[in-house]
Design a protein around this ligand. Structure first.
Ligand code: PGA
Length: 250
């Protein structure tokens, strides 16, 4: 039985006081979803502040990490620094990083390795663009993105990875994958993990992301291979995020 994980990706949003309001709002209702693991991913500058407010089953993670452990990399943040702050998770390979910052599958794989090395749990994002989906390449694209990382960190390492399937065309567009589309890709990803190890396939959680909201969350969470959600826009409003967490409560 895989514990559901609902992850809130705040992206480059919120002020310090908005972060406080949001977290306080979520904490006030956490009894309603205490079987669910919840993680929030604020911008780097608010990580410590948010961590200081959190309690219970809600944890905090970063939105990105450097592949390097230290050195002359202006503006980057290293995995040992995140571990030093007590972070639990880190998002890696989000499509906005891949598209806007040119992160290749190889860079993503090295970032996952860097995170695992210090005991952080990477949330590895994979997903196809609309052009790729229209060309019938969705499964091929996510398979490539997954396999590069799997080969790099090995089966042992991958036990600590969480996968997030985020079709690029569904992110921030209000267009969610249908339950059939989501299940098809999630099952494909789990099948690829099973080729490496049946135990791995059974254990790894696969989140769905892309315009998840309180209206569509329950149908997604009911799918056999969906183990939670990576939520962007709806994670910025306490009540919307709480409703999604409640939908994940068994
Ligand atoms: P969205 O973003 O929920 O706003 O579509 C999801 C994500 O980018 O992780």
């Amino acid at each position: 039985m895989r514990t559901k994980l609902v992850a809130g990706n705040w992206k480059m949003n919120a002020s310090k006081s908005q972060a406080t309001t949001l977290i306080t709002g979520i904490l006030a209702e956490q009894d309603r979803f205490n079987d669910v693991e919840v993680a929030v991913f604020p911008p780097f500058v608010y990580l410590e502040h948010v961590a200081s407010l959190l309690q219970g089953q809600i944890v905090v993670g970063a939105q990105d990490v450097s592949e390097h452990s230290q050195g002359a990399f202006t503006g980057d943040v290293a995995a040992p620094m995140l571990a030093d702050l007590g972070m639990s998770y880190v998002l890696i390979g989000h499509s906005e990083r891949r598209q806007l910052h040119g992160e290749t599958d190889q860079v993503v794989a090295r970032k996952v390795q860097a995170a695992l090395f210090v005991g952080l749990k990477p949330v590895l994002c994979v997903g196809e663009t609309l052009t790729e989906r229209d060309a019938g390449l969705a499964k091929e694209v996510v398979a490539r993105q997954l396999n590069v990382v799997l080969e790099h960190v090995g089966v042992e390492g991958f036990f600590n990875v969480i996968l997030a399937y985020e079709p690029v065309w569904a992110i921030g567009t209000g267009k969610t994958a249908t339950p059939e589309q989501a299940q098809e890709v999630h099952a494909c990803l789990r099948g690829l993990l099973a080729v490496a190890s049946a135990e791995l396939a059974e254990k790894v959680r696969i989140l769905y992301g892309g315009s998840v909201n309180q209206g569509n969350a329950a149908a997604l969470f009911a799918l056999p291979d969906v183990d939670g959600a990576l939520v962007g826009g709806a994670s910025l409003k306490a009540q919307d995020f709480i409703a999604i967490c409640c939908a994940a409560q068994s």
